[in-house]
Write a protein that binds this ligand. Structure first.
Ligand code: TYD
Ligand code: MG
Length: 455
């Protein structure tokens, strides 16, 4: 027997309640609860006594047989690396990102790469017409005849297609357009998104077909969905970047099959996304020479050191409460470092506006860049540039001590490769660092010592 049941789902956090409320008790959002009618039937009927469940047989952890997950390369190494070394059979991967950032472009290019080896792959679009997709594919130079395209929004139809076509990989673009007829709510609502994800998860596991699910997200969470899906899928990738910049960074925020801190760097060009094998060069391309407030540092992104430019601007404020604006860095750490500057090296920043930024629209949150942030602010405050060829690195503690950081060797190699000559690092690390030709290493224990070397 079927019964209709009403539930209210918060469109921003997924909280559910049988009663309507003006404000979500979970995330505090106003007017976010939307009614979703669920026809109780098959899937919801599961009372424990309804069906006897077989008792599972536990196995010794040492006796479990494992097989290396077979991975399929997409032909885009930057993409494969973020996935942990290729596409895992039966995995469900969410590709999230702002509308217009390039998710469809990336997925079409990845499918083209997969199809080049003669594999039949499937692109399901609920957003664009076949004509539009064809035009885009021409711009991208897609050349594989085994890349199949279908426009569809019914999830059940997609599932049937997977069963009959057995493609090597599927892209569903986007989850917000997918529709389950058993739910009364509109496509894009939390209920629909959750149901779609659940069905696709089951299908991926059962068939072994890797499924990529595109999801639009906005910074303020204005578009429902992906947040609710994150815990359901195997892998969550975010495609980030500023639509005003050409760089795009693909980042794994969750990965059951690999590390979560790998990034892939791309550039959006007229003919689609191009890989950027040397991101340091790209991020430093427009760096001003010997300008006060500009500091180069080396941030680890997964296994890769990437050089970025931290910029600081300290200026007299016209406001009663001076402004502290931070882009691409952790603003709490910046506040902490400003306090250290005032108290430990006597730079009086009270009453001054402070702006901090990472050039190129990248985001750097490692504590290892503390000393670079401090140096950028100090450089602007003193109106003196850093010595030529300098790269600054180190975590800063509350007493002004400069603390050791990880993977100094790799970072040193990268800064040398990029032509920098002077490495200012924590003393503990400087001692252990092997000598590199043409690279002068200065070890510092305290921020005051760093200031003496730099200015
Ligand atoms: P798209 O992949 O449609 O973004 P999403 O699926 O994340 O919404 O990409 C949208 C933008 O990318 C669009 O504004 C145009 C730009 N673009 C290029 O610059 N070059 C290209 O070759 C393509 C296909 C798109
Ligand atoms: Mg798209």
């Amino acid at each position: 027997k079927k019964r209709r049941k009403s539930l209210y789902s918060c469109q921003s956090c997924g909280y559910q309640t049988p009663k309507w409320m003006g404000r979500c008790p979970e995330c505090g959002g106003w007017d976010t609860l939307v009614e979703e009618v669920i026809t109780e039937g098959d899937r919801f009927q599961a009372s424990p006594s309804a069906k006897r469940v077989a008792t599972p047989e536990p196995e010794s952890i040492l006796a479990i047989e494992t097989q290396e997950e077979p991975r399929m390369p997409s032909g885009i190494p930057e993409f494969d690396r973020v996935l942990g070394g290729g596409i895992v059979a039966g995995s469900l991967v969410l590709i999230g990102g702002d509308p217009g950032i390039g998710k469809s472009t990336l997925m079409l290019q990845a499918l083209d790469g997969l199809a080049r080896d003669g594999r039949r792959v499937l692109y399901v679009s609920g957003e664009e017409s076949k004509g539009q997709i064809h035009l885009r594919s021409q711009r991208l130079g897609v050349s594989s005849g085994s890349l199949m395209v279908v426009t569809e929004i019914h999830v059940d139809a997609v599932l049937a297609l997977l069963e009959s076509q057995k493609p090597a990989a599927v892209v569903i673009d986007s989850v917000q357009t997918m529709y389950n007829a058993e739910l009364a709510s509109a496509p894009g609502s939390v209920g629909q998104v959750r149901e779609t994800t659940m069905k696709l998860m089951v299908a991926a596991k059962k068939s072994g077909i890797p499924i990529f699910l595109v999801g639009h997200v906005t910074k303020d969470g204005a578009i429902a969905g992906p947040r609710v899906m994150e815990h359901m899928v195997d892998t969550v990738l975010y495609f980030e970047g500023d639509t005003n910049h050409i760089f795009r960074v693909l980042r794994a925020v969750k990965n059951r099959f690999g590390s979560t801190n790998e990034i892939g760097v791309f550039e959006m060009r007229g003919g689609g996304l191009a890989q950027v094998p040397n991101p340091s060069a790209l991020f430093l391309a427009e760096r001003p020479e010997s300008a006060p407030g500009s500091v180069v540092t080396a941030s680890m992104e997964g296994t890769r050191p990437i050089l970025v430019e931290v910029q600081g601007l300290v200026s007299r404020s016209g406001l009663g409460t001076p402004r502290r604006t931070v882009l691409g860095l952790d603003s709490n750490r910046v506040a902490l470092l400003v306090a250290v500057m005032e108290k430990k090296i006597g730079m009086n920043l009270a009453g001054l506006d402070i702006f901090m930024n990472v050039a190129g629209g990248v985001r750097v949150t490692e504590p290892a860049v503390d000393l670079a942030i401090l140096a950028a602010a100090a450089s602007s405050f003193l109106d003196r540039p850093l010595p030529e060829g300098a790269v600054v690195l180190g975590e800063v503690g509350l007493t002004g001590e400069v603390r050791g950081i990880s993977q100094l060797e790799g970072r040193a190699a990268e800064i040398r490769k990029m032509g920098f000559t002077h490495f200012i690092v924590p003393e503990s690390g400087a001692k252990r660092l092997k000598k590199i030709d043409g690279l002068k290493v200065s070890g510092v224990r305290h921020v005051a010592q760093a200031m003496e070397i730099l200015f």
